[in-house]
Design a protein around this ligand. Structure first.
Ligand SMILES: [Fe+2]
Length: 302
């Protein structure tokens, strides 16, 4: 069932990091994002004209603070706010000061039942005067965010039956790849089963397969731990490389991804749960892959 609003795209991811300066340097000087600006509260980094694709927040423990999805129009955002409330969820307003700071015209937040993830729906992020400068890697966009959740079936059911995400492919008892319909990308979010609720990885899509090879050598030279790849995913057909950020959170570059038409898209495929589904080239993730980064939960009332 489609909800009464439409997604435009995955807008940004907010991460908790334990050393703001160290992580800012990593995402700017090794991943290749451009620095937008910083306040005492957060650092904003971008990979397009949009003000930010990544927000870094100082915190005691690393983790996934929030995911922001852009909704197609302000009118639909208003409808989405009423709709989320009608589901019985608490809508958290984003103050005028914070909207101004984050360069968003309008936004609201809520928590996904079953995993506590903070989702933000927003419209219209400020376009910066200068284009993204691809100094290291031709980053095309923030591609997707993947999480391990222990109430896998409940969270998947909520995202698909209530929030309008569509399953592009799934691996029974292991993974579901979700697109934010009608956005055509194979997945902007994915769920994996887990013993707890944590970030698995964030992804940046790149424009050229050479970006993957160059990144591998750049990361090796900087002693950044590579935890999976290079390889090729069967579900999305993308060529990938995974590595760890300074807190041990997993970051991916990928090249290429299947896209879906808005109407008459193919059905989700049921993929065999074998290692080749993850990598057709046969690489295997190290134990550090996708382990670090708790999904930040709502603060308890004082
Ligand atoms: Fe990925």
């Amino acid at each position: 069932m489609n909800p009464p609003f439409r997604y435009k795209r995955l807008g940004y991811v907010a991460l908790n990091v334990t050393d703001l300066a160290r992580s800012t340097a990593f995402y700017r000087d090794l991943v290749g994002l451009d620095f937008s600006d910083a306040t005492d509260e957060r650092v904003a980094l971008r990979c397009s004209r949009d003000h930010h694709a990544v927000l870094l927040y100082p915190a005691a423990a690393p983790g996934l603070k929030r995911i922001g999805f852009e909704i197609e129009s302000a009118a639909e955002l208003a409808v989405a706010r009423d709709y989320v409330e009608s589901l019985g969820l608490a809508v958290e307003p984003v103050s005028a000061d914070e909207r101004k700071d984050l360069r968003l015209v309008d936004a609201f937040r809520f928590r996904v039942p079953g995993c506590g993830l903070c989702l933000e729906f927003f419209v219209q992020m400020m376009h910066m005067a200068t284009p993204f400068e691809a100094r290291l890697t031709n980053i095309e966009r923030l591609g997707h965010v993947v999480m391990n959740v222990n109430a896998f079936d409940d969270v998947l059911g909520f995202l698909t039956s209530k929030l309008g995400f569509k399953v592009s492919d799934f691996v029974p008892g292991f993974a579901a790849f979700l697109r934010c319909y009608p956005n055509p990308l194979h997945h902007s979010m994915a769920l994996l089963t887990g013993a707890d609720n944590h970030l698995n990885h964030i992804n940046f899509m790149v424009r050229d397969v050479d970006d993957i090879g160059r990144a591998m050598n750049r990361m090796k030279a900087a002693n950044v731990e590579i935890v999976f790849g290079p390889g090729r995913h069967q579900p999305s057909e993308s060529i990938f490389l995974y590595f760890l950020d300074p807190d041990g959170m997993t970051v991916e570059y990928s090249f290429g991804m299947e896209t879906f038409p808005e109407a008459n898209a193919r059905e989700a495929r049921l993929l065999e749960p074998v290692p080749k589904t993850l990598d057709l080239w046969g690489s295997v993730p190290t134990p550090a892959f996708g382990k670090i980064g708790l999904i930040e939960q709502a603060a308890l009332p004082a």
